[in-house]
Design a protein around this ligand. Structure first.
Ligand code: ZN
Length: 67
């Protein structure tokens, strides 16, 4: 079960940070960045999903909940 969240509600700095701090399984490398980010909640985890800016495969980022 997936609940969509609005990635755009995050502050600009946070968005930039999350789009930079990525891991791509296909490139097997970190921090290539992602594009077209969307955010959702699944099984109590908050996920930001986008496409690797190098190879365009799907990149998932789990967001650690603050507080
Ligand atoms: Zn990649």
């Amino acid at each position: 079960m997936r609940n969509n969240r609005n990635f755009c509600n995050r502050s600009e700095n946070e968005q930039i940070w999350m789009m930079k701090n990525t891991w791509c399984d296909k490139c097997n490398a970190a921090d290539f960045g992602l594009k077209d980010p969307i955010e959702y909640e699944e099984n109590g985890k908050i996920i930001v999903e986008g496409k690797c800016s190098i190879c365009s495969s799907i990149v998932l980022n789990e967001v650690l909940v603050e507080n």
